[in-house]
Design a protein around this ligand. Structure first.
Ligand code: LMR
Length: 395
């Protein structure tokens, strides 16, 4: 029956993670998957999460099905976090939000909703982008193209090429944007550059779909929402996927959200209905456990304050690791410019020039990075930076 099944070629990130886990070398370094590790190379349990779990453990609530859209208090907490607590757009009921199965679940639900509504639209993702973007939108039936994004010679955004492309896109093209901590490049737009993109989005009647999996790991929880809030100010309708995997260190709980920003409350009501339908068709309703932890933290002022300081701690540690690695590499090979490590933000840095050396880095030095040249800066620590610097400079 199944003899014709083709081999799965694997996923560039998740399959690499399996290889890493099976690697028995004690000094292996994981700069592959986008997972935050602390200064001892451990995936942390945040203190706010530990306290919230403790509090929840004393309750004996039954584990019933959540509604298709998820927990009401979770959805409200997410809206305030992204759009600002007192945002007029929330008071006006113009945002419809569902709890999702991680950021990927949010992208899938949004992509299915858009496919029903705009069957003739196509999707543009940045070149490069997170590998799964293309797969998710193609999975909903869209044709997926790219827009220029990264300038390899500077390690920054090729902003002129990006604008030129946006100017030529047909109306109702779906534009997938990374509001902060671009994955995989770590190269972000400045606020002024986002303003220009927003003007073009309005002028060209594009449909922005923001994928924000790293809120708080770029500049701050608020500043990282600049694009979302600028789109609101410009009167745009758009979609926004978020994830709490990284910022709560709750990867396996699959906590995320999808919001649709609409013209008015009745439209938002219909948007919620379409998202509910897409959820029902895909997985019926979201899981309970992680969302309870997240909403407990976001809605309790002392726990919320603790969480914000823990996110700041992660962000500052990653930044410190960028400086540390850059210093070591500069000392080892003054001829080569590693400055991109300092200008890129968030979990990742991107060095396509190293792509051809990914296998050698892994096999000879036990340093794992994604084959495209993406390095997860959050996998660095003072104990492995020397080895990583030596391995990279030998490439
Ligand atoms: C990553 O980019 O490494 C993470 O978001 C994990 C994933 O699902 O790819």
């Amino acid at each position: 029956m199944f003899s014709q099944l083709p081999e799965y070629t694997g996923d560039p990130i998740l399959s690499l993670q399996q290889v890493y886990q099976n690697d028995v070398r004690p000094d292996k370094v994981n700069l592959g998957i986008g997972v935050y590790q602390d200064e001892l190379g451990r995936i942390p349990t945040l203190e706010c999460v530990r306290l919230a779990r403790q509090r929840l453990a004393s309750g004996s609530e039954p584990c019933v099905y959540l509604p298709m859209q998820g927990s009401t208090s979770y959805r409200g907490a997410v809206q305030s976090l992204v759009f600002g607590g007192e945002a007029p757009i929330l008071q006006a009921g113009r945002v419809a939000t569902v709890q999702s199965v991680g950021g990927s679940g949010a992208l899938k639900v949004g992509s299915d909703v858009l496919r029903q509504l705009f069957p003739r639209s196509s999707v543009r993702v940045s070149n490069p982008t997170w590998d799964n973007h293309r797969a998710i939108f193609e999975g909903s039936g869209f044709a997926v193209g790219v827009y220029p994004y990264f300038d390899e010679s500077t390690g920054t955004v090729d902003f002129n090429a990006l604008l030129e492309c946006l100017q030529a896109l047909p109306a109702q093209t779906i534009l997938v944007l990374h509001p902060c901590c671009h994955n995989p490049t770590g190269a972000d737009l400045s606020m002024r550059q986002w303003d220009e993109v927003v003007s073009l989005v309005v002028a060209r009647q594009l449909i922005p779909f923001l994928d924000m999996a790293y809120q708080g790991l770029g500049q701050s929880l608020d500043e990282d929402c600049y694009l979302a809030r600028a789109l609101v100010r410009a009167g745009c309708s758009f979609l926004l996927a978020t994830s709490f995997s990284k910022t709560f260190s709750l990867y396996g709980e699959r906590c995320g959200s999808l919001s649709m920003v609409c013209a008015d409350a009745p439209e938002a009501g219909r948007a919620l209905g379409q998202m509910q339908q897409a959820v029902r068709r895909n997985y019926s309703s979201p899981p309970v456990g992680g969302a309870r932890v997240v909403e407990t933290i976001l809605l309790d002022p002392p726990l919320r304050q603790l969480w914000e300081s823990e996110v700041r701690g992660m962000r500052e540690r990653i930044q410190a690791m960028r400086v540390l690695l850059h210093g070591k590499l500069a000392a080892l090979g003054p001829g080569r410019d590693w400055g991109f490590l300092l200008t890129q933000r968030g979990m990742f840095s991107y060095a396509p020039a190293l792509a051809a050396r990914a296998d050698e880095l892994r096999d000879r030095h036990a340093v794992y990075m994604v084959a495209t040249g993406r390095l997860c800066m959050a996998g660095l620590n003072p104990g492995n930076a020397d080895r990583v610097a030596l391995a990279l400079s030998a490439c």
